[in-house]
Design a protein around this ligand. Structure first.
Ligand code: ADP
Ligand code: NI
Length: 214
């Protein structure tokens, strides 16, 4: 099994080389580490399934593929080439679907392995790394750091989210500050606590400096 993990690491490194959307190899490596940490703290979940799903979770992402269908194909082609039992393959694919695809579709599938990988991915969106990724993403998208003219909204439809005016600071309220309470596992919730506080502190300091205070 270790050989398959190693091979998968090489495959994912290859695919994500030169990715600058916040889905670079190091994001995958952090999610992989987070997932191992959560698994250990929880003392639950099949380690092989968790590691494989963490490594492959962004392979079918729409942002990295010409279409959702193309993303699925890329994942299936790879995972079916490994000679794993079909039950194991579908368990891994289920985990990836729950992490990778947003909204309705995959919300009820949640095995413990899926929950752990989803938490691991969410942990990488908060804390200091979360701050860094947010401004990197915002820069690439061409949105401002902050815009005091834009109303802060925590509830938005997908359509509003896609088309509305926003800023990187607004993204904290739209998504990042909510993630702590969305964690599936106690272990991730605990880790999220401190990272959440860090974002709170970051925002306080940001406004202080924005407003010309010392
Ligand atoms: P995930 O890897 O959790 O699926 P996304 O693909 O949605 O995350 O986004 C990648 C990174 O970019 C994350 O850190 C996320 O918080 C950040 N991000 C997503 N949307 C925005 C946005 N509108 N403004 C700023 N940052 C964003
Ligand atoms: Ni991810």
């Amino acid at each position: 099994m270790n050989e398959i993990i190693k091979k998968t690491e090489e495959f994912v490194r290859g695919v994500l080389e030169n990715e600058a959307t916040g889905h670079d190899w190091y994001h995958i490596e952090r999610v992989w580490k987070n997932a191992l940490l959560i698994q250990q703290k929880e003392g639950a979940g099949n380690l092989f399934v968790i590691e494989m799903a963490a490594l492959l979770h962004d392979i079918p992402d729409e942002k990295l593929n010409t279409s959702e269908e193309a993303g699925r194909r890329k994942l299936n082609e790879y995972i079916n080439s490994l000679g794993l039992p079909s039950a194991v393959v579908s368990h891994i694919v289920d985990c990836i679907e729950s992490v990778s695809f947003k909204g309705g579709r995959a919300t009820n599938l949640k095995s413990i392995e899926a929950k752990i990988v989803q938490d691991a991915d969410r942990l990488d969106a908060i804390g200091a790394i979360g701050v860094a990724r947010t401004f990197a993403f915002g820069g690439k998208k061409g949105q401002p750091l902050y815009d005091p003219e834009i109303e802060v909204r925590t509830q938005m439809t997908n359509e509003e989210y896609r088309t509305g005016k926003s800023s990187s600071v607004h993204h904290f309220y739209e998504k990042l500050l909510k993630l702590k309470d969305l964690m599936n596992t106690d272990a991730a919730r605990q880790i999220a606590e401190q990272r959440h506080e860090f974002m709170d502190d970051f925002l306080k300091q940001f406004y202080r400096e924005w407003n010309g205070q010392a």
